[in-house]
Design a protein around this ligand. Structure first.
Ligand SMILES: *[C@@H]1O[C@H](CO)[C@@H](O)[C@H](O)[C@H]1NC(C)=O
Length: 249
């Protein structure tokens, strides 16, 4: 018994997300102080207040966005060697990736096309930007690193689709915050592999109505796989969000 417990705790410990080294990039901001323009971004989280992400969010350049696989990942950001930087311990902020900053090929990468590949760029919400620098700066050099996403509560699964097609947005992911693969299991089926649709959404072309649903999720960064059993009851419906009692760390 003791050795089994030890093995389990070792496995969990090794899978805990570790921060990455600090790296240089640049940041701008979009929208205004209300962050209303950050809602409905390319990760599919919809209303960021209702879904727990708040205003501390950023749109990532395609190089960082990784076709949506970076959705939900968390970053610590500090302004770096600019006269616009706020100084001291408060000049750090932590953001969640909730959107894509698209390239603009009619602008030079060094003059407005800040999100053009291969640049690594954070287009932050204005409230997040205003924690590290004066907004008048427009663009600032930053240092950033991936950090674990501290999420209270469990994984959240928001259902869309129809009777033959289940589209699930996965939210409130802890640890690395990102997902590489996902499966669904109806109470009368085996595990069905889901394919990546867009942003943080995954889909299964299957008829799963009237069955309680479980999910299996593999973290993109740590490769840890967790099971969320019976997340949705058999009378589940599109348009609703279901919460698991497990999360990644
Ligand atoms: C791209 O840049 C051009 C030139 O500055 C600008 O007119 C246009 O609005 C930009 N497009 C987008 C989608 O931002």
């Amino acid at each position: 018994m003791a050795s089994i417990l030890l093995m389990i705790s070792c496995k969990l410990t090794s899978a805990v997300f570790q921060p990455s080294p600090w790296q240089l990039a640049h940041a701008t901001f979009y929208g205004d102080e209300t962050a209303s323009e950050t809602m409905g971004g390319a990760c599919g989280y919809g209303n960021l207040f209702a879904n727990g992400y708040g205003t501390d969010t950023a749109a990532l350049s395609p190089t960082l966005f990784n076709n949506g696989y970076a959705c939900g990942s968390c970053y610590q950001i500090k302004c770096f060697q600019s006269p616009w930087c706020f100084t001291g311990d408060i000049a750090f902020t932590r953001v969640t990736a909730t959107n894509l900053c698209p390239p603009n090929w009619s602008q030079d990468s060094n003059a407005g096309g800040w999100c053009n590949p291969p640049r690594t760029h954070f287009d932050m919400s204005k409230p997040a930007f205003m924690k590290i620098a004066q907004w008048k700066a427009g663009i600032i050099p930053i240092m950033y690193r991936r950090v674990p996403c501290a999420r209270s509560d469990g994984l959240r699964f928001s259902f869309q689709g129809n009777g033959y097609w289940l589209l699930v947005y996965v939210m409130n992911v802890g640890g690395g915050g990102d997902i590489s693969q996902m499966w669904v299991k109806g109470s009368k089926t085996g595990w069905i592999s889901m394919s990546h649709n867009w942003g943080a959404s995954y889909q299964a072309f299957a008829t799963l109505g009237g069955q309680s649903l479980s999910f299996m999720i593999t973290s993109y960064t740590t490769k840890e796989t967790i099971y969320a059993w019976d997340v949705a009851p058999s009378n589940w419906n599109q348009g609703l969000t279901y919460e698991a009692n497990v999360n990644l760390r």
